[in-house]
Design a protein around this ligand. Structure first.
Ligand SMILES: [Zn+2]
Length: 234
């Protein structure tokens, strides 16, 4: 019974402490961090796309106005020299303005390209981590299934065994097990209690030896049930 309970405790511990459980935790954190970063990058891309469209419109407006001025100039519609000079100055100014706006637009496009690459890289990285998450989950589930199968078998054996033990003894065992770190019964081997690892003195050994085999004996020191075995040293 003690061996089965220890096995069940170990299986439960193994289930909790599987390396995949910790690995999944850190992968999930990484996946979520990448998701957040991707949202930020996509927002930047959308902002820059809007900026680029605005810059496009600005350039187009300046170009249209310049074309209109140029046509008026070319058509010889402007007669007054003063007006002519003012028109030429405006065209020059519009040329400079267009050049500045085009430089600004180019810079926006470079930033946009960079932001798009960044968003794509983050998306690919997140996809990769997502795949790792699925693989580790599968490995964890496989291990859990193995553990659960072993545990189910141990529980079946335990319940069969429990049916054969006197109810009071079982209750005593459970009570000691709960208060003594999971060990309610221990072998007395080579005059030592395997529950607390203490050696029993000659008087106690003599007292134990005087009891019939069916009498339940307990270690005075740790109060655990002592199981007599062939090499108890009695
Ligand atoms: Zn003991």
């Amino acid at each position: 019974m003690q061996a089965l309970d220890q096995k069940l405790d170990q299986l439960a511990h193994r289930r909790r402490t599987l390396p995949q459980v910790a690995e999944l935790e850190s992968l999930a954190a990484e996946h979520s961090r990448l998701g957040d970063a991707e949202i930020v990058a996509q927002t930047t891309v959308a902002d820059l796309e809007r900026e680029q469209k605005r810059a496009d419109v600005d350039v187009e407006q300046v170009r249209a106005r310049k074309d209109r001025d140029q046509k008026r100039l070319d058509a010889g519609q402007v007669a007054s020299p003063k007006e002519l000079e003012s028109l030429q100055r405006e065209i020059e100014a519009l040329n400079r303005r267009q050049s500045d706006l085009e430089d600004a637009e180019l810079e926006i496009m470079e930033r946009l390209e960079q932001a798009q690459q960044e968003a794509q890289a983050l998306s690919a990285e997140r996809e990769k981590v997502g795949q790792q998450v699925r693989e580790v989950q599968q490995a964890r589930d496989d291990s859990w299934a193995d553990i659960d199968r072993d545990a189910e078998q141990a529980r079946t054996e335990r319940s069969e065994l429990a049916g054969q033990l006197p109810e009071e003894l079982l209750a005593l065992y459970e009570k000691i097990r709960a208060s003594q770190g999971g060990i309610g019964a221990a072998a007395l081997r080579r005059r030592t209690c395997e529950g607390c690892q203490m050696q029993l003195d000659a008087a106690e050994l003599k007292r134990i030896a005087s009891f019939a085999p069916e009498v339940v004996i307990r270690h005075d020191e740790c109060r655990r049930i002592l199981i007599r075995v062939p090499d108890s040293g009695l």
